[in-house]
Design a protein around this ligand. Structure first.
Ligand SMILES: [Zn+2]
Length: 362
């Protein structure tokens, strides 16, 4: 039974700008967390502790020993058990006043709408693109904002999509990357604390949305580089031609779109008469480690300020480490009048494997 006067909430009840009215909103709040892994563990733990009244978890995995360095809902004796079973026990142990629902299924385009329905906020704690796009579309359909988070290596990203007036995930990434073009945590590793930090950013955004305090990351993409302890916020605008959320929805993508090419194709283009100009949007320290001799360095964070150095009539191929930041850059340029854009899928890492093996990888 939810007890608003429970001393467990004392530090929130006395918090100026929060207090009993906010706690009451948490008590009636319903959050769907898709994925009970690296992001879902901290998000679910802290939302339960904060007193979010209903928490729904979606997952199908069992606890694996390789999860334990970052998924702190689970401990060594839990290896081999269903994550949902362990998570339910732990969340009730953290706070028996909240209600935990579990859904032993994978979120897909077919079941996403049914899972999202009845929730106030969705936390995207998935590790795959089909689920993320399905969450986006279902949240748009139900008018439910979702808190996006992703991690890789030492870096993470957070944003709030599908909030009223704000952009959706497809405004940022209209097209799903081809399978295998974006490495997973299993392939490239992740420092255990990184999903902890990002998952707590997501929990924070969920609380802000439920209670209506602060400024949620609507139209803002937070980029967190934990090695440098550097954070950047990039503005994400609604695309007037977004295939999912614009008023002029089209079943197919607009004719002006970004070409996705792998390094081998781009290398072939460079030798042709119609060679694109390669813009490397990584950070200077990465560029110093390895770069293509023909490339121009314009770090992503400086792109909006330096776009006037570029000619919208020319063809540009955007490059980064693995193809994510370059796609953001390409999308930004697309929204600002550039029409001949190529994303180099797989980034310089794929280039060093497939085109020029003398380039060091990092
Ligand atoms: Zn959109």
């Amino acid at each position: 039974m939810y007890d608003l006067s429970d001393p467990r909430y004392a530090r929130q009840l006395t918090l100026r700008g929060f207090g009993p009215a906010a706690q009451d909103k948490l008590a009636t709040g319903r959050v769907l967390i898709v994925g009970a892994g690296g992001l879902g563990s901290p998000a679910a733990s802290y939302l339960a502790a904060a007193g979010v009244g209903t928490i729904s978890l979606v997952d199908t995995d069992v606890v694996d020993v390789t999860n334990l360095h970052r998924q702190l809902l689970y401990t060594t004796p839990d290896v081999g058990r269903a994550k949902l079973d362990v998570a339910r026990e732990r969340l009730y142990a953290i706070n028996p006043q909240v209600v935990v629902h579990t859904h032993d299924t994978r979120l897909t385009a077919q079941n996403a709408a049914a899972l999202v329905a009845g929730h106030d906020v969705v936390i995207d704690a998935t590790d795959n693109f089909p689920a993320r796009y399905a969450i986006n579309d279902a949240c748009l359909a139900h008018g439910v904002p979702f808190v996006y988070g992703s991690v890789a290596r030492f870096d993470g990203q957070v944003s709030v999509f599908a909030a009223p007036g704000g952009p959706c995930y497809r405004c940022l990434f209209p097209e799903m990357p081809a399978p295998g073009t974006v490495p997973t945590c299993a392939e490239e590793g992740v420092l255990g604390v990184v999903p902890g930090v990002i998952g707590l950013h997501q929990a924070t955004e969920a609380i802000k949305l439920l209670v209506g305090i602060g400024t949620p990351l609507v139209g803002q993409l937070l980029l967190v580089d934990l090695l440098a302890q550097d954070t950047q916020r990039i503005a994400v605008a609604r695309r007037p031609d977004c295939p999912a959320c614009s008023d002029v929805r089209t079943p197919s993508l607009p004719s002006m779109s970004i070409q996705h090419l792998d390094p081998t194709h781009v290398a072939a283009l460079l030798a042709s008469d119609d060679a694109p100009i390669i813009i490397d949007v990584r950070e200077p320290w990465e560029y110093d480690l390895v770069h293509l001799p023909v490339s121009t360095l314009i770090p992503l964070s400086t792109l909006s300020a330096r776009a006037n150095e570029l000619d919208p009539t020319r063809s540009y191929a955007l490059l980064c480490h693995h193809g994510m930041r370059s796609e953001m850059a390409a999308n930004w340029l697309l929204q600002h009048g550039f029409t001949r854009l190529i994303n180099i899928d797989g980034g310089i890492d794929a280039w060093s494997m497939d085109v020029d093996q003398s380039l060091p990888r990092y």
